[in-house]
Design a binder for this molecule. Structure first.
Ligand SMILES: [Zn+2]
Length: 133
């Protein structure tokens, strides 16, 4: 498990705070779980997991500190956009509960792929990465 310096912790917290504020999501509380790795596995930069029914989310750190400054900005912005989609995620999940298990899995995958594309797109417009300018 990686050890993070005070400087690194502050760097991430500051970026999350900056983008949470810019996206008008100040009502959300984001807790960094420094001792947990992302569930999504290798290559994940950051991973946010909102807690159901609350404006509270846990955030796990993957390769964040291997990113360039603009990639780090983009990653923090990306995760904050996910919070903006949380209510839609909840409603879609409720609709999926009505379906058969196979259909639910299929449509859940399709939905999350599409949300990921939209969030990537929004984050790229909002916090452009130098590498892709
Ligand atoms: Zn994402």
């Amino acid at each position: 498990m990686a050890e993070y310096s005070e400087e690194q912790r502050k760097q991430l917290q500051d970026l999350l705070g900056k983008w949470r504020s810019k996206l008008r999501l100040d009502q959300w509380i984001v807790r960094v779980q420094w001792d947990r790795l992302p569930d999504s596995g290798e290559g994940t930069v950051l991973e946010i997991q909102p807690v159901e029914g609350r404006q509270f989310a846990n955030l796990r750190v993957g390769t964040f500190f291997e990113q360039t400054q603009s990639q780090a900005e983009n990653a923090a912005c990306h995760e904050m956009f996910h919070l903006g989609f949380n209510q839609m995620d909840v409603v879609v999940e409720q609709m999926l509960e009505q379906l058969s298990p196979q259909m639910r899995e299929l449509l859940r995958t399709l939905y999350h792929e599409q949300v990921e594309r939209i969030v990537d797109w929004l984050a790229l417009i909002t916090a452009p990465m130098d590498e892709l300018r």
